[in-house]
Design a protein around this ligand. Structure first.
Ligand code: GDP
Length: 533
């Protein structure tokens, strides 16, 4: 590798920003995504992501959305440029039910933007997602949205963030007014007001920003004397009362920079984006690195597999987060799990609405590879010196059901469907040790996954099934000496199954059963993940 080449890789990696937006449904994630694309110049008139919005929220709607594969694949990751940065925006599923997909997606992100509705504050889904980011020590940026509506007092909101989520906050800017009177934001570092002017647009185009200072007649004219005095008081209060800003704490996920705005009217999007790209870490600046992202050799891991576009062809994409070096189309790389060379063919990227073929990509980027059944979630691929990424979270399911097929002649389709959907990570499949494949048991982290399973088995594999719930709440893999299957078989509060790799896994009726068994068998370990992972 020549010096020039190494330099080019380092430079490319440094300008990557890879993040996900986390929010409770309805806080404005779709709108925000659209506006980020607008400011990135990736779409010219905001509104083109709307098709997604129409098809959301209700389970059935979400399935319709999934049916339109084009949209759902596009929504998995969007790439757009902003200034000198190359941005990868990962989509976390928007539906209320929580699934493994979300966790895995966050494993591919270097930062998260937490979107909060000013009227609602921290909502349950925000909190759950926040905790996952926390676990991963991701830097978290907060955008308080819908400032064009009357909402809660901003100071009170910051307090809620600190108390409920346990993270320090630092307002980078401060709203000037709220609701109809939302005129702009006060830029604390620049000591200036940014006054927004929609120019009569309704959020389809960028807003004009006029800068003004506290003693500028423009500000007085815009706000009037009373409101101006209030702003002065607020600015002063913030400067004396709040936490200190520390980029290091932001990067460590200990302090969240807070921004105010309205995704709908575009007010505050640009100040946010400008600060975000500067403060969020590039792949070379993240806190925990499993491999040097600027090493020339390519490596990456699969965090998501998705059946896509054309159900008739059943083609699938494996989404890879590149962790180091440069990816080139059609290159050879090693699949760590099988220790064999594979060709990385048909790479795709999502530029806003369109899929494009990737010629090259760098650490931080997300690419989709055509997957004829080669990949599994969590797979590492690499060139050069061996690496393995083991950081992809796997979760023990909390819902279980027996799959019963209506038409026995469709069993083959069912088996194929279950296999593929398990590989995709859409569900987990278990067998009963003595009964063979006739009674397949499926497990999921969220109940909605079952409904999706049923729907997809029918639509994509032509297998109509009934899912009979099994009333167990926990599943644990076992490790340790002296595990005797029969002992767990004899009880009605436990049940033994085998996972895809024939490891025993025990289902527990409830918390009591799990705790009881822990007490009964001190030499056994009950693990939420398969042993050795
Ligand atoms: P998601 O569920 O988080 O993706 O939310 P959407 O982007 O679909 O927004 C939910 C609703 O809130 C839609 O009706 C949006 O038009 C509306 N919305 C989003 N952002 C804003 C905003 O800044 N102000 C106002 N007033 N409404 C907004």
């Amino acid at each position: 590798m020549s010096d020039a080449n190494a330099k080019k890789i380092a430079k490319e990696v440094h300008r990557r920003r890879t993040f996900a937006i986390i929010s409770h449904p309805d806080a404005g994630k779709t709108t925000m995504t659209e506006k980020l694309l607008l400011y990135g110049g990736a779409i010219h008139l905001a509104g083109s992501v709307k098709s997604r919005r129409a098809a959301k929220h209700a389970v059935s709607d979400w399935m319709e959305l999934e049916q339109q594969r084009g949209i759902s694949v596009t929504s998995s990751v969007l790439q757009f440029p902003y200034k000198n940065y190359a941005i990868n925006l990962l989509d976390t599923p928007g539906h209320a039910d929580f699934s493994e997909d979300t966790y895995r997606t966050l494993a591919a992100a270097d930062a998260a933007v937490m979107l909060i509705d000013v009227a609602k504050g921290v909502e349950p889904q925000t909190e759950k997602l926040f905790k996952v980011c926390r676990m991963r020590k991701l830097p978290i940026f907060t955008f308080v949205n819908k400032m064009d509506r009357e909402g809660r007092n901003p100071l009170e909101l910051l307090e809620e963030i600190e108390n409920l989520l346990g993270i320090k906050s630092y307002p980078i800017n401060w709203p000037i007014g709220m609701g109809k009177a939302f005129k702009g934001v006060w830029d604390r570092a620049g000591q200036k007001a940014l006054l927004f002017d929609s120019g009569g647009h309704h959020g389809e185009a960028r807003v004009d920003i006029k800068e003004s200072t506290l003693d500028d007649p423009l500000l007085l004219n815009t706000l009037g004397p009373v409101r101006l005095q209030e702003l002065k008081d607020e600015v002063e209060l913030l400067d004396i009362a709040g936490d200190e800003f520390s980029l290091e704490q932001v990067r460590n996920g200990e302090l969240t920079p807070v921004f105010f705005g309205s995704a709908m009217t575009n007010f505050g999007i640009e100040p946010f984006l400008e600060a975000f790209v500067e403060m969020a870490p590039g792949p070379d600046e993240v806190r925990v690195k499993q491999v040097d992202p600027t090493r020339p050799e390519f490596s990456g891991f699969v965090f998501k597999i998705q059946a896509n576009m054309n159900p008739a062809h059943r083609d699938r994409l494996a989404f890879i987060r590149i962790m180091s070096g440069r990816f080139e189309r059609d290159m050879q790389a090693k699949l760590a799990r099988e220790n064999r060379q594979i060709k990385l063919a048909y790479p795709q990227t999502m530029m806003a609405q369109d899929r494009e073929t990737v010629e090259e990509a760098y650490a931080g980027d997300i690419i989709g590879l055509y997957d004829p059944g080669t990949f599994r979630i969590g797979d590492t691929i690499y060139t050069g010196e061996a690496v393995e990424f083991t950081d992809i979270p796997r979760f023990s399911p909390e819902h279980f059901a027996i799959v019963e097929i209506k038409d026995a002649l469709k069993r083959k389709q069912l088996t194929k469907g279950l296999d593929q959907l398990a590989e995709e990570g859409a569900i987990q499949v278990f067998k009963q040790p003595y009964l063979g494949e006739k009674d397949t048991i499926v497990g999921a982290v969220g109940q909605l996954q079952f409904e999706v399973l049923k729907f997809r088995l029918e639509k994509e594999y032509n297998a109509v099934v009934q899912l009979r719930p099994l009333l167990f709440q926990h599943a644990r893999w076992v490790d340790g000496e002296g595990f005797e299957q029969q002992k767990f078989e004899r009880q009605d509060y436990t049940k033994v199954l085998l996972d895809r790799d024939d490891n025993p896994i025990i289902l527990f009726r409830n918390d009591w059963a799990l705790n009881y068994c822990k007490g009964q068998y001190p030499d056994l370990r009950f693990l939420p993940n398969p042993p050795g992972t």
